[in-house]
Structure formats: structure tokens, C-alpha cells
Design a protein around this ligand. Sequence first.
Ligand code: 5GP
Length: 123
Amino acid sequence: MAHDYDSTNIFARILRGEIPNKTVMETDHTLAFHDIKPAAPVHVLVIPKGPYVTFDHFAAAASAEEITDFHRTAAAVCALVGVAPGEGYRAITNAGAHGMQEVPHYHLHILGGRVLGRLIERA
Ligand code: 5GP
């Protein structure tokens, strides 16, 4: 998969302050905010501020500082929203067509607040 970043995507616009968001946490490299259409009582999106399209793009191309900051922020979000320690959560990321990724800026979904069911439907 090519990693051409489309800077008109909705999360790029959120990062530029063109669209409001309900921020949970922000650091130099990472932003966490509530999903606009929550799929569970807790549904937070954690995104790097850098122009990365997917998980594999971010993991391969981001700096160690960005990668550390992203994961530390995700951990802090889990604590802040009360899912860890707690009843648990699911952290998932979609990539590309088969992953049914809607927004082409890497994001980790943190879902919780109810039993979430199986990971995916079996084909
Ligand atoms: P994907 O399908 O790419 O993994 O997930 C994209 C997520 O972004 C969806 O859960 C969707 O509800 C969320 N989303 C799309 N547009 C906006 C927006 O403008 N603001 C926020 N907070 N979430 C959005």
C-alpha cells in the first residue's frame, strides 16, 4: 500500500483547528478526542499529529519520540476514561480498503464501557 498522505482528510483539518473536537488529551505529538459517532460508551480516537496514513506507515516511518509519545498518550487515555485499570477495552485500527478505513490519517480506536463482543465476524 502506498502512503501518500491526503492533507484534506478530516483529521488533518481537526489538527489544523479547522474543525472542532472534544479533546481528551493533547501532547506535542499526539491528540486524543471523542469519536463523533461513538460505537460504545467509551470511544476515543488517538492520532499522531504527523502525516501518517495507517498503523504500518506510522510504525515504519515515525520517529522514536513520536511512537513513544503516541503509546504513552494512549495509555494515559485508557486510565483517564476509566477502562484500565477497570473492566477493559479494545484498541483497534483499520487500514485501507479491506480494513474499511474511512479516514486516511492513522488513528487508534479505544472502545469500552460495555462488553464489546467478538473481534470480527467470521466470514
Ligand atoms: P475508521 O473507519 O477510519 O477506522 O474510523 C473513522 C472514525 O472517525 C469513525 O469512527 C468516525 O465516527 C470518526 N469520525 C469521522 N469524522 C469525524 C469527525 O469529524 N470528528 C470526530 N470526532 N470523529 C469523526
